[in-house]
Write a protein that binds this ligand. Structure first.
Ligand code: SF4
Length: 214
């Protein structure tokens, strides 16, 4: 784990991320906040590409909790059986749709606590939804952010909670909203797990990683 970078270095890193990609967006397809919740819940231990392939048809016929309930668990399974843990995920999609209809007037609540109370929605999923839909500066730490944060020193931590705190504590407020996507996309396309592309990395002179792939 690299040591925590100082304020000025982190500000320079995010200034570069911002210049390269002023308005980064997530790669999970959705048509409204309900389908965003479903897509993020389905993405646990699956790739965004795989989830998008599965939801392309699903969201055409079930883009509201009522339509999802009408489709039923077996109907959801038919669409998502190419992604991991599909049975459990289908069960949760139906359960959360039922709760949204019964308890939230078919709307998706926008507090972290209410989101986390839904089946299949954990803190990470809730933070992605709060960030992407309501533009709250919530940080969802996935495997890419965990790796980038610890290699570079932007937000090191021994577990995802510590990394989430390091982001909130150390990344300047004006970069907090997009920090989630800048870090994910940097990890997915540049700071790759096996062979990071350090030679073309725009922050290589600021990164603390000792084993750069140059
Ligand atoms: S220099 Fe290499 S290790 Fe550091 S952030 Fe860039 S790609 Fe990752």
């Amino acid at each position: 784990m690299a040591k925590q970078l100082d304020y000025h270095t982190i500000r320079e890193i995010f200034t570069r991320f911002q210049k390269a990609d002023p308005a980064p967006v997530g790669e999970l397809d959705h048509v409204n906040v309900f389908t965003l919740v479903v897509a993020v819940a389905l993405s646990a231990q699956s790739t965004d590409v795989g989830v998008n392939r599965a939801t392309r048809e699903l969201f055409k016929i079930a883009d509201t909790p009522e339509k999802m309930l009408a489709l039923g668990e077996e109907g959801v399974i038919e669409h998502i059986k190419t992604i991991g843990l599909f049975r459990n995920k289908a069960k949760n999609v139906i359960k959360l749709s039922r709760i949204l209809v019964d308890e939230y007037n078919s709307e998706v609540p926008n507090s972290r606590a209410a989101l986390i109370s839904l089946p299949g929605v954990g803190r990470k999923t809730a933070n992605v939804v709060l960030n992407m839909w309501w533009r709250a500066p919530a940080q969802a730490v996935d495997t890419h952010i965990f790796r980038v944060g610890n290699r570079s020193g932007i937000c090191p931590g021994k577990d995802v909670d510590a990394v989430e705190r390091a982001i909130e504590d150390n990344i300047p407020t004006d970069f907090q909203l997009h920090a989630h996507h800048w870090l994910i996309l940097h990890g997915r396309y540049h700071c790759k797990a096996r062979k990071p592309l350090c030679g073309t990395c725009i922050i290589r002179d600021l990164c603390e990683y000792k084993e750069k792939n140059l």
